[in-house]
Design a protein around this ligand. Structure first.
Ligand SMILES: [Zn+2]
Length: 126
């Protein structure tokens, strides 16, 4: 699973967004690629799935704790749940997907003309 974890890329020019950039995009309403300026939208479907899994993990951890540690206190269980959810929050940018928006692509007259030749985006830097 860790192998598949990657930060989202622009659906047009495939610029890889850094962790901080993804967080920045999540706080914005409109999304334009900082490299190619095309419009995209953010899909959080995978993020929702991530949290479904996290809540299941929480539930099982709570049950496990209750069984293993008889004298466990409620705050201890709460802290465990908070920690697990924090891990999920940290992972959010890896589960965000950028999708092309209909009509979001700026039509370039001819992308391969000299004026664009030197501005080719660095794709898949990593
Ligand atoms: Zn782009």
């Amino acid at each position: 699973m860790v192998k598949n974890m990657k930060l989202p890329v622009c659906p047009y020019c495939h610029t890889v967004y850094r962790y901080g950039d993804v967080k920045g995009e999540l706080s914005k309403k409109k999304h334009n690629c900082y490299n190619c300026k095309n419009k995209f939208k953010i899909s959080v479907k995978a993020v929702v799935m991530l949290f479904v899994v996290i809540e299941i993990i929480c539930a099982f951890t709570d049950i496990g704790e209750l069984f293993l540690i008889k004298s466990i206190s409620f705050p201890a269980i709460m802290i465990t749940n908070i920690v697990i959810n924090l891990v999920g929050i940290i992972l959010i940018p890896y589960f965000v997907v950028f999708r092309a928006e209909k009509g979001g692509e700026i039509r370039r007259k001819s992308p391969d003309t000299k004026s664009y030749r030197n501005k080719r985006p660095k794709t898949n830097v990593r």
